[in-house]
Design a protein around this ligand. Structure first.
Ligand code: FMN
Ligand code: EPS
Length: 398
């Protein structure tokens, strides 16, 4: 079983991420974590902060000589913008009560679509600063760092993930387009939208530009694919052990994600049963499914087919043409706070979704196969697959 936690604020000194339960022997390098963090910052439509802020990465524990040692893996990600925020964010009270302008001014005009107003009500704050600091998606850097660790573990077992953008606003990648594979990641990284369909990507760039010009923001849909999963991760025996339920919860836990679907998802609800499922046939003495409408999960368990899950992101809530709100000091209607923000963070959300899916899959793998070292986990996985009788064997899609 894996457990993970993150701590830290958007404009604080650093983010801290801890992953407990990872077997020993997983090759881990700062470079591979750095690559995923860099990927999360990219994407057409991101705001100015992505250009000037650097992630300063350190392993604080759990890694010796480039491999996990079985103890908690702790990662620190320093925010290089911290010096500009020391005064506002200081843990010691300074002149905070005397702030009147600039960066330190109290945020008393809560932004609709953010945690601001309800967070103030819930935690007893008279302004939104302490709310937005933790609600901000800066925290997703910590999850992506942990996701890179989970991906390194899964890779040792032949399980690989990739994510891509399938919709931005009204622009959609055609349903019949080929799916990217993990080895296509360089092509995805090179695309401004992390989109595998170059025609759709070009239209998405125009959509971002138009949105920006009109002082607005935009959302979209990302898809995560996992290749090489054995059948039987998760379980049908209890709701909270279902793999799809666990992945959906992890994806819904990403800031601004409002919808999740597996396989053909909502499209399936429009079909008759005869055209909605993945039929079983026999070929070369193996049971095969010629379609993957279910997205690689049936009965809350991985089937061995490609896992395919989508997450829908709402448009960025800090709209440049600021939305109507109420000043909580004066009680007057006014416009919400806006300094800077992303026009779209959909490509970045794909990288975060990939990280969260990797963490859940790594958790499900350790639950099913155990192992204090990754070699032991791999042996247990092989023994499990070997023990499935020939009459029940399906191909694992890697
Ligand atoms: C990678 C990423 C980047 C984001 N960047 C911004 C941003 O620049 N401005 C903004 O207002 N919201 C941004 N968001 C979304 C907000 O954090 C989110 O809308 C807010 O937490 C409220 O959404 P919720 O109701 O889903 O929690 C981003 C989300 C993600 C995943
Ligand atoms: C810092 C990141 O994302 C931030 C997420 C975010 C929000 O409201 O969620 C708002 C923006 O920050 P700021 O308000 O300081 O401009 C984004 O830049 C990041 O992804 O690393």
């Amino acid at each position: 079983m894996l457990r993970w936690l993150t701590a830290g604020e958007s404009h604080g000194p650093e983010l801290i991420a801890v992953l407990e339960g990872l077997p020993a022997g997983v090759p881990l390098s700062l470079d591979s974590v750095r690559e995923d963090l860099a990927r999360r910052k990219l994407g057409y439509g991101r705001g100015s902060r992505m250009k000037f802020e650097q992630d300063e990465l350190h392993f604080s524990g759990g890694v010796v000589q480039g491999r996990s040692i079985g103890g908690p893996v702790a990662i620190r990600i320093g925010n290089t913008e911290w010096p500009k925020w020391v005064e506002v964010m200081s843990a010691e009270p300074t002149e905070l009560s005397d702030r009147s302008r600039g960066r330190g001014a109290p945020l008393t005009r809560p932004r609709p679509g953010h945690a601001d107003l309800t967070g103030m009500q819930k935690y007893g704050f008279d302004e939104a600063r302490p709310v937005l600091e933790r609600a901000s998606a800066r925290e997703t850097a910590a999850r992506v760092a942990l996701g890179a660790v989970a991906r390194a573990f899964l890779a040792e077992l032949g399980i690989r993930l990739v994510s891509h953008t399938v919709a931005l606003g009204t622009v959609r990648v055609p349903a019949e387009s080929p799916l990217p594979r993990p080895e296509d990641v360089a092509a995805l990284d090179a695309d401004p939208l992390r989109c595998f369909d170059s025609a759709a990507s070009a239209r998405m760039v125009v959509e971002v530009d138009d949105t920006k010009k009109s002082g607005d923001t935009i959302g979209g849909i990302v898809e995560v694919l996992a290749y090489g999963l054995p059948p039987g991760l998760g379980s049908y025996v209890h709701w909270d052990r279902r793999l799809d339920s666990r992945i959906a919860g992890a994806l819904m836990g990403i800031q601004a994600i409002k919808a999740v679907e597996f396989g053909d998802g909502f499209e399936t609800t429009r079909r008759r049963g005869s055209a909605a499922h993945d039929e079983l046939h026999v070929r070369d003495d193996r049971i095969v499914r010629d379609t993957d409408r279910a997205g690689g999960v049936e009965g809350g368990m991985s089937t061995g087919q490609v896992l395919r899950v989508r997450a829908g992101m709402k448009p960025i809530a800090t709209v440049p043409n600021a939305l109507p709100t109420v000043d909580v000091v004066t009680g007057a209607e006014t416009k919400a706070h806006h300094q800077r923000s992303d026009v779209s963070a959909v490509p970045a959300a794909g990288v975060v979704a990939e990280a969260m899916t990797a963490l859940v899959l790594a958790d499900a793998v350790t639950e099913k196969f155990g192992g204090d070292s990754v070699a032991e986990t791999a042996r247990n996985l092989t023994a499990y697959l070997d023990a499935i009788p020939d009459t029940l064997t399906t191909a694992v899609e890697s």
